[in-house]
Design a protein around this ligand. Structure first.
Ligand code: ZN
Ligand code: ZN
Length: 316
C-alpha cells in the first residue's frame, strides 16, 4: 500500500499491508485530515517514527468475518492496554501504555490502509458526507469543552485562536446559546466564526471586559498569556493547546484572581456524529484544499503555510 512515512524525513513509500491482531479491523482510508499536531510530528517534535495522521473516515475492509465489514467508520484515537492501574480504574483514556495512531507507537491514517481495534470504531450515518465525517475527531475535541465547564449558557466566552479547533469550539459553544467571542488573526477565519454564531475579532480589536470562560486553542504560548489577562477572577481557562517545550507562566495571574486552569483533550465521538448528522455543524467550509495521497509531501508543505485551515488527503 502507499503511505506517507516519517523517519526524520517525510516520504511516500510502498509498504506491506498492516497485519491484523484478533480484536482489530482493517480500514480502507477514504479521507484523512492533516492537523497541527501532525505537522509537529513531521517536524520531529514528538519522537514519532512511522505513518503520521490520526483523523480519518474509512471503510472496513477486513477481516472477512467482522460484523463491521463494509461499514463506513471513524475511529477514536486512544488505544489503551487494558491492564495498567489507570485502565483498571476506568481511566483508560490516560492509559500508561497508550498508543495513538500517528502520534504514539502506532501507524496512522496517511495511508491507503489502517488498523484499529474494533472497540474504537463508530459507524458514520449515511447522510454525513465523507468531507464532514473526517472532522469527527476535532469536533469531539471541541465538544469536550462543553463537558468540562459548567454553566456555559450563562457565560461570556472567549475562544483564542482562529484555526480549525478554535472555530469548531465557537460552533459548539454558540449552539448552547452562549455569548462567544473569537480572537484571531485572519479576517476570513473570523467570518467563518460569525457563520457559526460567534463574534470574530482581530486580537488587537477585542472588546473590553472580562470573560467568564476562555478556551485557548491558538497553539501559541501568547494565547495563554492573553487568556490569563482577560479571564475574570474565579473564571476558567480551558487549555486545548499543547506547546513545544516549556512555557513561562506568571503564576500570580492564576493565584491572585483564583483562576482555574484546566487541560482538555479528546471528546465524545457519538455526540460529534449526531451534530454532523443533524447538520447543526457543517465543518466543510474549514477545508482549505484536498490532495491525493500520492501528493502527500506537497500537501504537508501546503498545510504548513500560515492561515491554512484543514488540508485533506484523499487516500482512495
Ligand atoms: Zn487532530
Ligand atoms: Zn492501560
Amino acid at each position: 500500500m502507499q503511505a506517507l512515512y516519517y523517519d526524520g524525513d517525510l516520504r511516500l513509500r510502498d509498504l506491506p499491508l498492516p497485519e491484523l491482531k484478533s480484536d482489530e479491523v482493517l480500514i480502507r482510508v477514504l479521507l484523512a485530515g492533516v492537523c497541527r499536531t501532525d505537522l509537529e510530528v513531521i517536524r520531529g517534535y514528538r519522537a514519532f517514527r512511522g505513518i503520521p495522521g490520526h483523523e480519518f473516515v474509512g471503510l472496513v475492509a477486513g477481516p472477512e468475518d467482522s460484523p463491521w465489514l463494509g461499514r463506513r467508520v471513524v475511529g477514536e484515537i486512544n488505544i489503551a492496554c487494558g491492564a495498567c492501574d489507570l485502565c483498571l480504574r476506568g481511566l483508560s483514556r490516560y492509559c500508561r501504555g497508550r498508543r495513538v495512531p500517528g502520534l504514539r507507537d502506532r501507524n496512522g491514517t496517511f495511508a491507503e490502509y489502517l488498523t484499529l481495534p474494533a472497540a474504537n470504531l463508530h459507524q458514520v450515518p449515511d447522510n454525513i458526507a465523507a468531507e464532514a465525517a473526517v472532522f469527527t475527531e476535532p469536533l469531539a475535541a471541541a465538544l469536550a469543552v462543553t463537558d468540562a465547564v459548567p454553566h456555559l449558557t450563562q457565560s461570556r466566552i472567549l475562544v483564542v485562536g482562529d484555526g480549525v479547533l478554535g472555530l469548531l469550539c465557537c460552533s459548539v459553544l454558540a449552539l448552547q446559546g452562549s455569548e462567544v467571542h473569537l480572537a484571531g488573526h485572519y479576517p476570513e477565519h473570523l467570518r467563518l466564526a460569525e457563520a457559526y454564531g460567534a463574534s470574530g475579532f482581530l486580537e488587537r480589536e477585542l472588546p473590553g471586559g472580562d470573560y467568564d470562560v476562555i478556551v485557548e486553542a491558538s497553539g501559541s504560548p501568547s494565547g495563554l498569556t492573553l487568556a490569563l489577562e482577560r479571564v475574570r477572577p474565579q473564571g476558567t481557562v480551558v487549555l486545548k493547546s499543547t506547546y513545544k517545550g516549556q512555557v513561562a507562566l506568571d503564576t500570580a495571574a492564576l493565584v491572585v484572581p483564583e483562576v482555574r486552569l484546566m487541560g482538555s483533550r479528546c471528546g465524545p465521538f457519538p455526540a460529534a456524529l449526531r451534530l454532523l448528522a443533524r447538520g447543526w455543524v457543517d465543518p466543510r467550509p474549514l477545508i482549505a484544499r484536498s490532495f491525493p495521497l500520492a501528493q502527500g509531501v506537497e500537501a504537508i508543505e501546503f498545510a504548513r503555510q500560515p492561515g491554512v485551515l484543514r488540508v485533506l488527503l484523499d487516500c482512495q
